[in-house]
Design a protein around this ligand. Structure first.
Ligand SMILES: [Zn+2]
Length: 67
């Protein structure tokens, strides 16, 4: 599995770092990324982000389809 071309994506909106600036965060011991436009969501509605983290499939490694 090649990782060198993998782009980081926002956990909330899934836009990648070529589109939006991403900020590294960590939550529940899981480091991830969030874009600046989603940061207000994180600040004001953290529960929505908790759901995103819960929906992350921890058992499966990231195997994103890249078009
Ligand atoms: Zn975002």
């Amino acid at each position: 599995m090649k990782n060198e071309d993998k782009l980081n994506v926002c956990i909330s909106c899934n836009r990648d770092e070529t589109i939006v600036p991403l900020v590294a965060i960590t939550f529940a011991q899981q480091p991830t990324w969030i874009c600046t436009q989603c940061l207000p969501t994180l600040i004001h509605e953290p529960q929505r982000l908790v759901e995103k983290f819960r929906s992350m499939d921890i058992d499966n490694t990231v195997d994103r389809q890249i078009d």
